[in-house]
Design a protein around this ligand. Structure first.
Ligand SMILES: CC(C)(COP(=O)(O)OP(=O)(O)OC[C@H]1O[C@@H](n2cnc3c(N)ncnc32)[C@H](O)[C@@H]1OP(=O)(O)O)[C@@H](O)C(=O)NCCC(=O)NCCS
Length: 144
């Protein structure tokens, strides 16, 4: 059975392993780890997703499920959990950058946008500033 919980700084090594395996950026992880949600199989971390908050804007990042656990709805639960968290924090939008999953996120309401149309507040994000390549697709979900 898969359970879900909020991450603590002690989970950084396990999150790092998941991100490395999926070739996803780690920049900014330590600063935002308390807004990460984990999927657990027993005590094993098998998935994660993170929220960066910049003013009233959110960045969904680091959505990854371990290869052996994919296509069982874990990625959806993690993504929906971050959308809920963003709503609880009264954020006006949730954005993301992806190179690999632009066809995955529309099911949650995200739409592709030109990168220049992402909220200016997100320029504070290390992931957005350079850790993620310029070729990534920008997507946004309005929460207002
Ligand atoms: C993207 C990812 C998180 C999805 O997690 P998951 O738990 O397998 O997804 P779910 O079980 O919620 O959804 C499965 C559905 O999504 C589809 N899907 C999975 N990954 C996809 C992708 N990269 N692009 C498009 N569709 C994808 C599956 O084909 C399946 O489709 P179906 O519902 O029509 O059968 C997972 O594949 C992953 O970790 N990928 C590597 C890391 C990555 O690319 N992260 C996104 C960048 S931020």
């Amino acid at each position: 059975m898969i359970t879900y919980c909020t991450a603590t700084s002690g989970d950084i090594p396990d999150i790092t392993t998941l991100l490395d395996e999926a070739h996803l950026p780690k920049a900014g992880l330590e600063a935002h780890v308390l807004n990460f949600i984990l999927a657990l199989d027993g005590e094993q971390v098998v998935g994660c997703a993170g929220l960066e908050v910049h003013q009233d804007c959110g960045l969904l990042r680091s959505v990854v499920v371990a290869p052996g656990y994919r296509t069982h709805g874990i990625g959806a639960k993690l993504t929906e959990g971050i959308i809920e968290l963003a709503q609880q924090k009264n954020l006006t939008s949730l954005s993301l950058l992806t190179e690999t999953a632009q066809n995955y996120f529309p099911r949650f309401g995200f739409v592709p946008v030109p990168r220049s149309e992402l909220p200016a507040a997100l320029e504070a994000s290390e992931e957005l500033r350079g850790a993620c390549p310029d070729t990534a697709t920008a997507m946004m979900l309005r929460l207002e």
